[in-house]
Design a protein around this ligand. Sequence first.
Ligand SMILES: Cc1cc2nc3c(=O)[nH]c(=O)nc-3n(C[C@H](O)[C@H](O)[C@H](O)COP(=O)(O)OP(=O)(O)OC[C@H]3O[C@@H](n4cnc5c(N)ncnc54)[C@H](O)[C@@H]3O)c2cc1C
Length: 483
Amino acid sequence: MDLNSLRSPLAFLQSRLPEIPHRDILKSEEAWWKNEGVAISDAIDRAGTPWLRMFDRLGKRVDEILYPLEYQTILKRGYRAGVVWRALEEKSLIPTYLLMYAISYYDPGICCPYTVSLGTAVPLAKYGSAELQARFLPQLLRKDDSLWQGATWMTEIKGGSDLGAAVETIARPAGDRWLLTGEKYFTSNAGAELAVVAARPEGIAPGVRGLTLFLVPRYREDGALNYFVRRLKDKIATRSVPTGEVELKESEGYLLGSAESGIYLILEVLNLSRVANSVVSVAVAQRAMADALSYAQQRAAFGKPILNHPLLRHQFETRLNALRSAFALAWESVQLLNDVWMERAPYSDRYHLFRLVAHLAKYWTAEFAVDTAKWAMEVHGGLGVLAEYGVERWQREAMILAIWEGTSHRQILDGLEVMERKRAHELLFRRLAEIAPSKELQEMESEVEQHLKLPTEERETLAELLFRRLAIFTAETLARKSK
Ligand SMILES: Cc1cc2nc3c(=O)[nH]c(=O)nc-3n(C[C@H](O)[C@H](O)[C@H](O)COP(=O)(O)OP(=O)(O)OC[C@H]3O[C@@H](n4cnc5c(N)ncnc54)[C@H](O)[C@@H]3O)c2cc1C
């Protein structure tokens, strides 16, 4: 088996996809990252994390996020290449997620600002009033370095899994806008010019249905700060990205959609980022394998390179197959999202199918990335745990991918729900029927049906085993139809 496609994100994409739009752009991004970006990214991961200047010299609150200059170089490159603007201009998410794959092979963290900027631009383009769009959308889609960034802030101190119970930020109507007061506990891309923020309109009963999505600019209309950054967090990975805590104090916000439909908008934003997470997870796994490969070719033990020992060679080959399957699952979620991203509630069956595939993909690709990164460290032996050689970074990055955008538990339980309530597994099996061997398909179908008949408590207790089986089955089946 030829392992060489591991060494380049574009080569791997070419080995899996029949066509790649804007191949020339991916090629030049890859060349730039190899020659310049990698060194910048490594330096930032080690010693270049952003920091917060809260006050200016006269004591005025400014909450300025300061970065190494080179951070802007790697960040702005992806925006210029079209990671956000192409989605809306070309009305397709394919170029966006292809770019994210290529870039995150070199720096997974940098895809966080891209994802949250996309997660701001899309709901604004879909649900913002004409006036709001005219005022804010062009800045998010600029093709030069003056562009604005977005952010997506839902999580509060009481937790991110159960947003219905945990979001305590209140929104009060005030003429043509709303005033938001509350605290957001995990705010990636803090300092962004615009954020979409989950809040509860005053007087609305608790629960997930009462949540609403607002567009919150960094500055108020009179030019004063509109939200405050209390601190930045010291994280194990995505270290180039400022993730902070944000205070909203009567902050000006603009309603997106209607107050009643807020939860759908919030979930649509999450869909964009869960799919991004899946794509990035596969790229991280590929990168960890590539680093392991180059080491295994050079390191000798028992008279030959360790790669040439049958056990390790076999591990590389089976893991490359698993990587291809994980990619097929992630890419299925991209293609389905690309079909349904402009839908509004009530959604089509295809949308429910997408939701199931997205939960499977977010869950399985992140688990696979964590496991692959651990394995890549093992291939390096003792050197694997040394910070100076960098392979341990993929383990740190992969751990974050498994937690944010909803942990693996959340994906399993939400995936179960869409099967119970929308029968999404039937749509999935219909889609897989052309490719899967019929006996295996029947067995999988009956396993899912048996599981859904279990009493509630048992259904949840045993859900992980079923979900893992379904994810791997779907991934392996889809991989058969790839080139
Ligand atoms: C680096 C980083 C950046 C982030 N950036 C952002 C951001 O920009 N915007 C934003 O909104 N959020 C952000 N988050 C927050 C992230 O989305 C949450 O951490 C995540 O959703 C989980 O929420 P939590 O940490 O509050 O865990 P909790 O919700 O408190 O959950 C704790 C544990 O309990 C498990 N659990 C919960 N319910 C169940 C259940 N029913 N059954 C079984 N297990 C359960 C969870 O899976 C988890 O393992 C970020 C997080 C990180 C790490």
